[in-house]
Design a protein around this ligand. Structure first.
Ligand SMILES: [Fe+2]
Length: 416
């Protein structure tokens, strides 16, 4: 259920805004500004940009007498919306020593105050834009943590975002087993109730051949067998483009893995730890997910297969609200689908394209999703840092096939 269905719009707004700030509580002032890659953003920028979104699409056009806090902010915190002006270059977000962290929080308070006034007497026609702004901020809550993981993890000191985790005995993940689905003509896509992005619509009919889907995502332990079997040295397992990128970048394991004498370790938001063999493998590119599936004699699911299976069995795994911030071993019986939502985003073999009959939103918000529908692959199911009220089985995430920054993993599929 979306948060705006469960609560009033104002209450949902305040809760989501406070959640973003709560996630930043453990940070030092220095942590807010680092940008260790052109593709990741500093935390400070995320906090300002989500405020800019409400300012640009709700306050400036619809709140009489709204005053900008600073005339430069519409430029500094525009991500990619050409319809509302020139965006500040993405790769230079880490150059912004000003506004300070305190000034960014003051900017948030300025926007929150104006939004609270607007929400008290909101025109019904604006509800979809407010809901989009809230879901946008939830997307950035996930990005705050995944970008932070890279920004902190790039430091050889491997600083932790959260306190060391308690030593717990992890249960053994059940399975995996393969569950059969009949296929045929099925309906996919969102048709309500509640909020969904434009790219999940319209609901439409698709034909599926009978297929099988693994009961849970692939674990770290299973993935180490692929590495041990020279998975990263065998060209025959890889798509040509993936093999080229593997060589260029020297990939030998998933992002954040480090080999030590006693075995594999990985960097987590709690610091560096021995690999948990029972937890789902994360931070795989599409190419790695695909090569692993080929090594296993399986394949990646299509997004339609994934959604059809998930709709019948939408089990929850670890999500942001659990406060764990890393995938956990599956718990449950082996004869149903486990960890459908949460833990790791699951790569599908579907390229990110418009659904039949797709129309982008009117106006500037039409730039939200539609213009990215090329050269990216669809991922499904959310991750351990996706807010629970944000994800659903029709949700389409998308990234270029070489992307490894998100908690992205793999669930195997096979033909029958
Ligand atoms: Fe954004």
């Amino acid at each position: 259920m979306t948060i705006t269905m469960a609560k009033g719009l104002l209450e949902a707004f305040l809760e989501i805004r406070r959640t973003s700030e709560r996630l930043c509580k453990p940070l030092t002032t220095e942590d807010y500004v680092i940008q260790a890659l052109p593709d990741v953003s500093p935390t400070k920028w995320h906090l300002a940009h989500t405020s800019w979104f409400f300012e640009t699409f709700l306050l400036r056009p619809h709140s009489q007498g709204y005053a900008l806090m600073n005339d430069a902010y519409p430029y500094l915190f525009n991500s990619y919306y050409n319809s509302v002006g020139l965006p500040f270059p993405r790769a230079e977000r880490g150059h912004l020593s000003r506004p300070t962290v305190a000034e960014v929080y003051a900017y948030r308070a300025h926007v929150d105050e104006a939004m609270a006034r607007l929400l008290e007497q909101l025109d019904d026609a604006l509800v979809p834009s407010v809901e989009l702004g809230l879901n946008h901020e939830q997307q950035h809550q996930e990005l705050i943590l995944t970008d932070l993981k890279y920004n902190l993890g790039a430091n050889p000191l491997r600083p932790a975002y959260r306190p060391p985790r308690a030593r717990t005995e992890h249960p053994r993940s059940p399975g995996p087993s393969f569950i059969a689905f009949d296929g045929g003509l099925v309906d996919v896509g969102f048709d309500g109730p509640g909020f969904a992005f434009d790219n999940e619509q319209p609901r439409h009919r698709a034909y599926l051949r009978p297929f099988r889907l693994a009961s849970r995502p692939v674990t770290n332990g299973e993935y180490t067998q692929f590495i041990a079997d020279d998975g990263y040295r065998r060209w025959d397992l890889w798509l040509s483009e993936g093999w080229r990128i593997l060589q260029e970048r020297g990939w030998q394991a998933p992002l954040y893995w480090e080999r030590r004498d006693e075995g594999w370790w990985h960097y987590t938001l709690a610091g560096l730890y021995p690999l948990d063999e029972q937890a789902p493998v994360a931070h795989l590119s599409y190419y790695e997910a695909d090569a692993y599936a080929r090594w296993r004699g399986a394949r990646l699911p299509t997004e339609q297969e994934w959604e059809h299976a998930a709709a019948a069995c939408p089990t929850l795994g670890t999500l942001l609200d659990d406060g764990v911030y890393e995938p956990r071993p599956a718990v449950g019986a082996r004869d149903g689908l486990l960890q459908v939502l949460g833990d790791v985003w699951e790569w599908t073999q579907s390229s990110y394209s418009p659904y039949p009959g797709y129309r982008p939103l009117p106006g500037g918000l039409g730039e939200y999703n539609g213009k990215f529908m090329v050269n990216q692959m669809v991922l499904r199911g959310g991750s351990c840092v996706t807010p629970r009220s944000h994800v659903r089985v029709t949700y389409r995430n998308f990234f270029p096939p070489e992307a490894r920054l998100q908690f992205s993993g793999v669930r195997l599929a096979a033909d029958i």
